[in-house]
Design a protein around this ligand. Structure first.
Ligand code: KIV
Ligand code: ZN
Length: 510
């Protein structure tokens, strides 16, 4: 019988550590519901001690999810573990994931602790966590650069203290696949009580090796992989869930384990996370990129037409391409709208929100005849965001003509008060952003501006992501509309609204 490979998704925790990828509580719950439906075993929902916002989001996920284990991250200190325990109280199946750094450089320069002190703190943390749950994961942070003898000692001690999963992180993405695989094998062989725990891996992608390293670990006995949708995560990201799952599924002749993931949810999950975080997926990204199943060369096309398997090792439909069923149009009623939202795992907090969303849906359906799931997600994100925003776009007029200077006029509501502004610019977006700046004066630096079509066709909504930076704080704003200048204005205002929201987050790796 095949072993079970546990999929531990950390999109909502490590994924959220990508600069500007912060998600609201509602967005986290929406993604968590999708992960649950997909068959993810463990959902790491956040780092409850980092901020009240993180705490509330983990609690909301824990209160909602029934078929996946919900996990909260905690440094190996009592207060963090208490916060994680409290946030997870509502779930039947919780896990506390506690960590402390074990590499010489981290212990000496960051923690200023001796290896003996680190071991004592790790053991104390595991024992403390056991009052909340018996499902406890321990990570020796920066294990990829830690001393093997010390790793064996500390891991043996935390197993004795009650840890049930040992997660080996390559925190800085430094190791090579053979090296990382043999690290896992050595730990399993040398730690006397290693048969009492599941070995897990958590690889970062700084050298582009996160997936290769994780798979090498699986070959060497790891039975949990920590990964994220689209490979989102700190710096260059984490191992991509879709690549891990499809490599193991496609190469069942090679791996002696498999996951319980329903792969047809993969592409919708990718689109959902990309839409919510504003991190576009590169077209040539494996599995979920727009070109992943597109054959350009005549020889390939001819081969695929004659016999699909000549050039295709997976079927597009098996990973959910084409799963964004067209179900709604302008004649769809409120009940059809509500039930599609439910199928997508979207629950609005009140009847009033549903009514407002339905009105917006009708307006969109008038402009765009075919409404896809991605349109609904974008519409709901907008609806939820608007309720929390200080500044909202009321109206926008832009004049553009060949040979003329583009000019934008707009009205913004500031907590209900109308503000008027206008400006010239080098193009319609520049004029619009300048007009906004002329009244809101955020003086933030624009770091990224990207436009993507949400679905196919020229009548598609454009989804704009804007990333701005001020005083070291980076935020992303999103906006969607069939008019991309309106979408740009919404995205810029949403980023400015986030700058106003003084939510401070501690960094988990400190
Ligand atoms: O990369 C890392 O080491 C982490 C740990 C908290 C597991 O994210
Ligand atoms: Zn990490």
């Amino acid at each position: 019988m095949q072993d079970h490979l546990i999929i531990f998704d950390t999109t909502l925790r490590d994924g959220e550590q990508s600069p500007g990828a912060s998600m609201t509580k509602e967005e986290k719950v929406r993604i968590a519901r999708h992960l649950e439906r997909m068959g993810v075993d463990v959902i790491e929902a956040g780092f409850p001690a980092a901020s009240n916002g993180d705490f509330e989001a983990v609690k909301a996920v824990a209160d909602t999810i029934k078929n996946s284990v919900v996990c909260g991250l905690a440094r190996a200190i009592e207060n963090d573990i208490n916060r994680a325990g409290e946030a997870l109280r509502g779930t039947e199946s919780s896990r506390i994931h506690t960590f402390i750094a074990t590499s010489p450089i981290h212990m000496k320069k960051k923690l200023r602790m001796s290896p003996e002190q680190v071991t004592a703190q790790a053991v104390k943390a595991i024992k403390w966590a056991s009052q909340f749950t018996d499902n406890i994961e321990f990570s020796p942070e920066d294990a990829g650069r830690s001393d093997i003898d010390f790793l064996c000692q500390i891991l043996e001690a935390v197993i004795d203290a009650g840890a049930t999963t040992l997660n080996i992180p390559d925190t800085v993405g430094y190791t090579m696949p053979d090296q990382f695989g043999s690290l896992i094998r050595t730990l399993r062989e040398r730690i006397p009580n290693s048969d009492k725990v599941v070995f897990s891996v958590h690889c970062h992608n700084d050298l582009g090796l996160a997936v290769a390293n994780s798979l090498s670990a699986v070959v060497n006995g790891a039975r949990q992989v920590e990964c994220t949708i689209n490979g989102l995560g700190e710096r260059a990201g984490n191992a991509a869930l879709e690549e891990i799952v499809m490599a193991v599924r496609t190469r069942q002749d090679f791996f002696s384990c498999d996951t319980r993931i329903d792969t047809t949810h993969i592409v919708p999950a990718s689109k959902l996370v990309s839409g919510i975080t504003g991190f576009p997926v590169q077209p040539n990204k494996a599995i979920v990129g727009a070109n992943a199943f597109a054959h350009e060369s005549g020889i390939h096309q001819d081969g695929v037409l004659k016999h699909r398997e000549t050039y295709e090792i997976m079927r597009a439909e098996d990973v959910g391409w084409g799963a964004n069923k067209l179900l709604l149009g302008k004649h769809s009623g409120r009940n059809a709208f509500r039930s599609r939202l439910t199928e997508l795992g979207i629950e609005l907090e009140s009847e009033e929100m549903l009514n407002n969303a339905f009105v917006r849906f009708k307006t969109l359906a008038d402009k765009k005849h075919e409404i896809f799931d991605e349109d609904l997600h974008a519409l709901i994100s907008d609806e939820v965001m608007i309720l929390q925003e200080k500044y909202r776009l009321q109206s926008l007029t832009v004049h553009c003509e060949t040979g003329e200077v583009p000019h934008a006029q707009l009205v913004i509501s500031d907590d209900g008060k109308e503000l008027y502004a206008e400006s010239d610019g080098s193009g319609p977006v520049d004029a619009t952003f300048r007009a906004i700046e002329s009244i809101l004066a955020s003086n933030a630096e624009l770091q990224l501006f990207s436009v993507n079509n949400i679905t196919c066709g020229t009548d598609s909504q454009g989804e704009v992501t804007v990333r701005i930076q001020k005083s070291g704080r980076i935020v992303n704003g999103h906006g969607a509309d069939t008019d991309i200048v309106v979408a740009s204005a919404k995205a810029y205002l949403s980023a400015i609204n986030k700058l106003h929201n003084k939510l401070e987050r501690a960094h988990p790796q400190v």
